[in-house]
Structures are given as structure tokens and as C-alpha cells.
Design a protein around this ligand. Structure first.
Ligand code: CA
Ligand code: CA
Ligand code: CA
Length: 260
């Protein structure tokens, strides 16, 4: 736009808003030709309808391109370019998946006896702070066969160990196994989690360890160590995949959590 036109438009914009708004125009009238230097003359290039301020007798001076002009009744208001709202990068508000489930599987090849397979008194989650949480509940997917198994109740492995005395390393107070306070996995598996009203939301993180209190030589100094595998859910839900953290039962009952 030429400086002349700009001044004119500015004046008209300030002084003429009302009266011009009231002016009538007959849409049936043919557009009035004009040149871009004329007041109130708006010109566009025919090729792409882009505005040009250089159009005389239907030709653009720069490139000789065809252009058209039209006399308008109202000055174009100085369009204040609205700042484009800055596109914000997409934000992922999803919390990272939390891991809440531990699966302990029996790896004993041929479970036998009154307490077949690994004999689990308790399952602890040792946080990197040293605090230990014990399994609070087991999932219904848990699979422990009661056939030929005197200790098949998974409730017996919840809470703090009561067959193993962590302080003295004795089991059953030095007496015979009490089937009501541990669970024999019998070639099956148990899935537990550690959250409770008292403990709050307990998640499993890298740097934690899972302590399986398996009634055997390592924990009690007597009975057999039995092999087991520890896996951690890789999702928030029980339906998620489980990732193997390691195995225990042959001299070590503490499996570190890593790689989540
Ligand atoms: Ca056993
Ligand atoms: Ca127990
Ligand atoms: Ca055992």
C-alpha cells in the first residue's frame, strides 16, 4: 500500500467508521475499475488473487501480470495482525507406567512330598531406602494346586514372615513345619502386590529387591532350598507382561530389580 493510501485509510478509519458503516452499496452494481494508485482501490493479481499495490490498467508493473482492481466503498480497516498462538509441543500427561505386581514361580522340577515345590513363607519388597514391604494381597490369577499339597493356601505367604524368624534364622520355632503359615507352590505361581491402606501405593522400582522367604537351608539352616523365579509386571495392570528379574532358591533368596 502506498503511503498516500495508508494515510487516507487511516483517516477514514478514524473519522468515517460510523457514516461508512451506514452507507449502502448495491451489490448488483458492477465493480468500478480503478488503478492501484487511486484512493479506495483494491487490486489483486488474477493469477493467485494475491493483493498487489501496483496495478495500472489491468497490468502489474513489476511482472506485467494481469491484475484486477475494484473501487471499494469502505476503506479496509488496518488489520491488526493477531499474533498466532504459539503452537505448544504436545505434552504427554500420562504418568509413566508403575509396576505393582511380583510373580513368584515354582521352578522345582518334580515337586513332591507333603509340601511340594518352593515353600514360601513371605515375599518382601526391599526399597532402595532399606524399608521392606510385605505382600499384602495375591491376585486371582494365582495358580497353586492343592492336590497332594498340605500348604496350598496363598494367604499364608501374605504379610511379614512368620515361619522364618529373620532375627534368629530359625523356622517354626525349631519345630516341625506348620502348614498354615507358609505356601507350597506345587509347580504353580503366585502374583502379589504390596499396596495397602496402611502402606499406601507401593510400586516396584529399579534398585529394589524382592526377598522370597523360602523355607529351606538359606533362610532356616534346615529343610531344602527350592528354586523359584521372580518376575515383575511391566505395566500398571495385572494383565501386563511380566519381566523376569532373576531366580533364587539355591543359596540366595533376594533378587534385585533392574531394567524396568
Ligand atoms: Ca517344599
Ligand atoms: Ca507366612
Ligand atoms: Ca523349601
Amino acid at each position: 500500500m502506498t503511503t498516500r493510501n495508508y494515510r487516507f485509510f487511516l483517516m477514514m478509519g478514524l473519522a468515517g467508521g460510523l457514516s461508512l458503516a451506514m452507507a449502502c452499496s448495491d451489490p448488483s452494481e458492477d465493480p468500478v475499475d480503478c488503478d492501484s494508485g487511486d484512493a479506495n482501490c483494491v487490486c489483486t493479481l488474477d493469477e493467485d488473487d494475491s493483493a498487489t499495490d501496483d496495478c495500472v490498467d489491468g497490468l502489474s508493473g513489476d511482472e506485467g501480470a494481469a491484475c484486477s482492481c475494484e473501487l471499494i466503498e469502505e476503506p479496509e480497516p488496518e488489520a491488526e495482525a493477531e499474533p498466532e498462538p504459539e503452537a505448544e509441543p504436545p505434552v504427554n500427561n500420562d504418568p509413566p507406567p508403575a509396576f505393582r505386581f511380583v510373580m513368584v514361580e515354582d521352578l522345582v522340577a518334580n515337586p513332591s512330598g507333603d509340601f511340594p515345590g518352593a515353600d514360601v513363607d513371605a515375599i518382601g519388597l526391599i526399597k532402595s531406602t532399606g524399608e521392606e514391604h510385605f505382600a499384602q494381597s495375591f491376585e486371582e490369577d494365582t495358580d497353586i494346586d492343592c492336590e497332594g499339597n498340605l500348604a496350598c493356601d496363598a494367604n499364608s505367604l501374605l504379610g511379614a514372615p512368620d515361619a522364618v524368624d529373620p532375627a534368629t534364622g530359625t523356622c517354626f520355632g525349631g519345630g516341625q513345619p506348620d502348614a498354615s503359615i507358609f505356601t507350597a507352590l506345587n509347580a504353580g505361581f503366585v502374583i502379589v502386590q504390596f499396596s495397602s491402606v496402611e502402606a499406601g501405593d507401593v510400586t516396584i522400582e529399579n534398585g529394589d529387591s524382592v526377598h522370597v522367604y523360602e523355607v529351606g537351608g538359606t533362610e532356616c539352616g534346615r529343610f531344602d532350598d527350592d528354586a523359584f523365579r521372580v518376575s515383575v509386571s511391566v505395566a500398571d495392570a495385572i494383565t501386563g507382561d511380566f519381566k523376569v528379574m532373576g531366580e533364587g532358591g539355591n543359596g540366595t533368596n533376594i533378587v534385585p530389580v533392574s531394567g524396568l
